[in-house]
Design a protein around this ligand. Structure first.
Ligand code: FES
Length: 319
């Protein structure tokens, strides 16, 4: 990751649905912004140390705008409320350069993009990209109702609108999309991309696995994960810093290291973004994040410091 931040200004702000705001962020002088790939996100620095990540949902070919969609969630940890309440047109803020933990694969013959609720945002950027490069894809947008779902008009008028399918449960007597039918017979040559609330993601991932998709063909971007906190205390030796810390029962490794003066980069603090990823030199991590794949977790050579803990009494970390 990079420490370098960009100053941007909110050029346009538009309510898309009851609680979804779309924001267009631009360089104040009208210069091009650093390029981004479909699936990328940026960190918004919202003041008082609050940093939150949001997927870019504009056309990656447009290098003048970072477009975001943010759902106001009063039960969240403050990020979305701060975005809704403080980011008015003309507001300046600092953002990170784009980073991509959710890239499109280059070898899919067909891509199935599935967005649940505000999880539609990275799928929109992916659809622009796949459409521009003439690749085969379909986009499924699932939500509760059209009144609570943003970006509908944009998707209906997009150059790829013929690939977009809407499924709002309110229009189907409360029934979910028939995902078996969507995925059936496609596991050989297709890749699935999913983003949305945790329960929705688990449903899509499980259904894809049952339909024969292998793990490498199921790409996921989690948000709003309820990560388990706390556990047994243990010791961490930060090898590069030459410092040993004790991680208390109710403390994260990141917090224990920070209290000892060691710089740790964190962002989501719920195991979804990978910002705090660190190499493990010795010891056995207890992985609690959803960022690493199951295979990567089994390797036990890296871990997230914001939420994962230790199965051994001591960890040696490369920090
Ligand atoms: Fe995002 Fe740790 S800060 S995974």
């Amino acid at each position: 990751m990079t420490d370098e931040l960009l100053k941007v200004v909110v050029q346009k702000r538009e309510m898309q649905a009851e609680a979804v705001v779309a924001l267009d962020l631009v360089d104040g002088a009208g210069n091009a912004l650093p390029a981004f790939e479909a699936g990328a996100h940026i960190d918004l620095h919202l003041g008082d140390g609050l940093i939150r990540q949001y997927s870019l949902c504009g056309d990656p070919e447009n290098d003048k705008v970072y477009r975001l969609g943010v759902l106001k969630d009063p039960s969240s940890r403050g990020g979305s409320v701060a975005v809704h309440d403080t980011l008015l047109e003309g507001t300046e803020l600092m953002v990170s350069k784009p980073r991509n933990h959710f890239p499109l694969t280059t070898d899919a013959k067909h891509s199935i993009l599935i967005g649940g609720g505000i999880g539609i945002t990275p799928m929109i950027a992916m659809a622009y990209e796949l459409s521009k490069t003439n690749q085969r894809f379909e986009l499924w947008y699932c939500g509760r109702s059209s009144a609570t779902s943003g970006f509908i008009d944009e998707l209906k008028s997009a150059p790829f609108s013929d690939k977009v399918h809407f499924h709002f449960t309110a229009d189907h007597g409360g029934k979910r999309l028939n995902l078996d039918a969507v995925l059936s017979g496609k596991s050989e040559d297709s890749h699935v991309y999913v983003c949305g609330p945790t329960g929705f993601m688990e449903w899509v991932i499980n259904t894809a696995q049952e339909a024969g998709f292998v793990d490498q063909s199921i790409h996921r971007e989690f948000f709003n994960v309820d990560v388990e906190k706390g556990g047994n205390g243990f010791e961490v030796y930060a090898q590069e810093s030459g410092i040993t810390v004790t991680v208390k029962e109710d403390e994260s490794i990141a917090d224990a290291l920070k209290a000892a003066g060691i710089k740790v980069q964190v962002s989501c603090e719920q195991g979804t973004c990978g910002t705090c990823l660190c190499d493990v030199i010795e010891g056995i991590p207890e992985h609690r994040d959803v960022y690493l794949t199951e295979d990567e977790k089994e390797d036990n050579d890296q871990m997230t410091l914001c939420c994962s803990r230790s199965l051994s009494d001591r960890l040696v970390l490369d920090i």
